[in-house]
Design a protein around this ligand. Structure first.
Ligand SMILES: [Zn+2]
Ligand SMILES: [Zn+2]
Length: 225
């Protein structure tokens, strides 16, 4: 039985979702195409990078765990910083995350109503291309100059794989708790951490990793309930 405040919350979220779709969603939007686009752009980038590798040395393989850790910290600080605090020049990131994603989904209302809601979780495709061009490629060029082409290619492959893993995990957390995705092993535990982050009173303080809580563990912001 819903209390009056539950009912008010359900109505508030339904109104926000309706408003978001009316203002931000083009008529041609298709959530499954968005998911397929994210996955295929990422998989193609990973395969192209791997195909260009040329006899990787033991030293070069270290790029894999180091890039993984680096990406985990970028995820952590990106989320703890500009996604939850207004920073000049990065205001759009704050709006998309704090003002839209967190109002669209709260800990009590974590799930999609339909595939039209995928837009409030997945990165816009154009931003993926933008971030790849702005961050991944210049870093890779620098790594190629300092170390080797293999190091640069492994960096791209792992960074993009990490991004795809982020998108798919976050996508799964917002699927219904009874769906087959939410019942995959490990997913339930990771989902609960993210659900805690969606509690409005905790969102600026705990569980900033969306994937694996390495940054949260090291910086004392892991909240288990
Ligand atoms: Zn979320
Ligand atoms: Zn957040």
């Amino acid at each position: 039985m819903n209390t009056p405040s539950d009912t008010a919350e359900i109505e508030r979220i339904a109104a926000f979702r309706g408003e978001f779709k009316a203002n931000e969603q083009p008529g041609w939007y298709n959530g499954y195409a968005h998911l397929a686009g994210t996955t295929s752009i990422s998989v193609i980038a990973i395969l192209v990078a791997i195909a260009a590798l040329d006899t990787v040395t033991a030293f070069e393989w270290f790029t894999v765990p180091l890039t993984f850790l680096y990406a985990n910290l970028i995820e952590y600080f990106g989320h703890r910083g500009p996604m939850h605090h207004k920073i000049r020049g990065l205001g759009l990131i704050h709006t998309r995350h704090s003002r839209q994603h967190h109002r669209y989904f709260t800990d009590e209302h974590m799930s999609y109503d339909s595939s039209a809601d995928f837009q409030a979780v997945l990165f816009p495709l154009i931003l993926i291309v933008f971030y790849l061009g702005l961050f991944a490629l210049p870093t890779a060029a620098l790594l190629a100059l300092i170390f080797s082409k293999n190091v640069a290619l492994l960096f791209i492959a792992v960074a993009v794989a990490y991004f795809l893993n982020y998108e798919l995990l976050h996508f799964a957390y917002h699927a219904g708790p009874d769906s087959w995705i939410a019942r995959l092993p490990l997913l339930g535990r990771l989902r609960r951490l993210h659900q805690t982050h969606h509690r409005p009173e905790l969102m600026t303080r705990y569980n900033f990793n969306i994937t694996y809580p390495i940054g949260d563990f090291f910086f004392g912001t892991l909240y288990r309930h």
